[in-house]
Design a protein around this ligand. Structure first.
Ligand code: GDP
Ligand code: IMO
Ligand code: MG
Length: 456
């Protein structure tokens, strides 16, 4: 059996926490897209683990796999593994030989391109991890794959082909000087070859590389439980998101098959759980119709609701809405139902985990963007262009707020102990999406989730 965990909004919905909650019954946790742009948090007792590449199942000692759909920076992978080992965990992580490698020039180019795009309001506010440039090279058939790091001749020939192109891009297109404006080693075949061959040797010595599809299929055939851990979220999916303010991969559930080599029929036999934050948070640029307040450098000119800045600040502080990877303050807004209806369809959710209802506790009124108004019409789902989305005005619905309660008591008693007004809010979401609620997050910790249904 498999279970796929997908972000249904703009990332940071609490996917890591839900992977951890359901992780006990799981044998393997596989990431199928993205790279170290992700920041997934698992909180256990007093310990907080922020994971960028290592799948969140590592905290429970489960085997982790980085699928072929991922882009892997071996430097950050080893740093994260070493850090977790120092903290007493023993992560067992395998990496697909077909996964693409993030090289230092990808990070440099990510920064340069964002800079250039910012003049035209096209910057996505990336995490600067080189994600976009690596996926570009994958699609352009000039990428370096994990398997290439194990084969000195192939690695050299790949680098000899691609590095001169990157040098020309930096010098001739962007007019920068290598060694002065950008690090020389990042654009030097010999330096890259030495360093990445060494990474390949370590991957080999630690027995980390796998044929991902074969590895996972064998485990599934043997009766093991596999969880697919999506990164990012549906509205920053390169196909289904708010292009161009998106990431460069597909967080949506279909990618769990493509990004691991497990067939779609196998993935489709299992649950697909949409992770929902009970309000919206966004780190990055582009429109956001239900935004409260605004964040400089991210909210577009004239966007947000300046009169709600205090409410935004209160939710941001209560929810700890600062980027896990970059530390940037996140933009916050009311829940956006058209965005969720779009996500439910694009992913085929079979269940929902709705997090952060504790963060909204204490507000007199909780509002929701039930629909959009665009050109005099009411829309129930997202328009296809981001420009039209930016023109949408949220049609808000109000719900009576709920008090802060002892959430520990709520977890031990179960769903019915959730304050009635919060249940009304949760049931509205489930009804609108025609999808049952599997879990409700009432705090960041493993023990702070009301589990209604277990997918395994
Ligand atoms: P992910 O990227 O989807 O895994 O989410 P992040 O880890 O980036 O962000 C979610 C943040 O909210 C983390 O700090 C979590 O510990 C925290 N969190 C998750 N679920 C809940 C919840 O139900 N309530 C509260 N208060 N915090 C939560
Ligand atoms: P998790 O897995 C929230 C956003 C960036 C930027 C855009 C492109 O923790 O939910 P990229 O570096 O991917 O090229 O940036 O996507 N972004 C995320 N936002 N959560 C994430 O991951 C994100 N990963 C990327 O802020 O707007
Ligand atoms: Mg995150």
């Amino acid at each position: 059996m498999t279970v796929t965990i997908v972000g249904s909004q703009l990332g940071d919905e609490g996917k890591g926490g839900i992977v951890d909650v359901y992780g006990d019954a799981t044998d393997v946790v596989a990431r199928y897209q993205g790279g170290d742009n992700a920041g997934h948090t698992v909180v256990l007792g007093g310990e907080k683990y922020k994971l960028s590449l290592v799948p969140s199942g590592a905290v429970r000692g489960k085997v982790g796999v980085l699928g072929n759909g991922c882009v892997v920076n071996p430097a950050t992978l080893f740093e994260e593994l070493d850090g977790l080992r120092e903290r007493g965990l023993d992560p067992d992580v395998r990496v697909a030989e077909r996964a693409h490698v993030i090289l230092p020039y990808h990070r440099v180019l990510d920064g340069i391109e964002e800079d250039v795009k910012s003049d035209d309001d096209l910057a996505a506010g990336t995490t600067g991890r080189g994600i976009g440039p690596t996926y570009e090279d994958k699609a352009g058939r000039r990428g370096v794959r994990i398997g290439d790091l194990l084969d000195p001749e192939t690695l050299r020939s790949r680098l000899e082909y691609v590095v001169p192109q990157k040098r020309a891009l930096v010098e001739d297109v962007y007019g920068l000087t290598i060694g002065e404006d950008v690090d020389a080693d990042a654009f030097d075949v010999e330096a890259l070859y030495e360093q990445y061959l060494e990474f390949g040797e370590r991957l080999s010595e630690e027995g980390m590389t796998v044929n991902c599809g074969a590895f996972l299929s064998k485990r599934i055939d043997d009766g093991e439980e596999v969880m697919f851990e999506g990164a990012q979220g549906t509205s920053i999916d390169i196909d289904h998101g708010i292009y161009p303010y998106v990431t460069s991969s597909n967080p949506t559930a279909g990618a769990a098959a493509v990004g691991t080599g497990v067939g779609p029929t196998v993935v489709g036999r299992g649950d697909v759980i949409g992770i929902v934050k009970a309000y919206l948070s966004r780190v990055g640029t582009g429109p956001l119709p239900t935004e409260l307040g605004s964040v400089e450098g991210q909210t577009p000119e004239g966007g947000g609701r300046p009169e709600k800045a205090d409410l935004a600040a209160a939710i941001r502080d209560e929810g700890g809405e600062y980027g896990t990877v970059t530390g940037r303050p996140r933009r916050v807004g009311w829940l956006d139902m058209p965005m969720l209806r779009h996500a439910a369809r694009a992913n085929g959710f079979t269940g929902l985990a709705i997090n952060h209802i504790d963060v909204l506790a204490g507000l007199d009124t909780v509002e929701v963007g039930h629909a959009y108004r665009l050109d005099g019409e009411e829309l129930l789902t997202m328009p296809t262009t981001t420009e039209a989305w930016g023109d949408c005005e949220a049609v808000l619905r109000s719900f009576e707020g709920w008090d802060d309660v002892d959430w520990g008591d709520v977890v031990s008693t179960g769903y019915d102990a959730i304050p009635e007004n919060a249940r009304t809010y949760l049931e509205y979401i489930a009804d609108e999406l025609d999808t049952p609620i599997y879990a409700i997050g009432v705090g960041p910790g493993r023990e702070e989730t009301v589990v209604v249904e277990s997918p395994f």
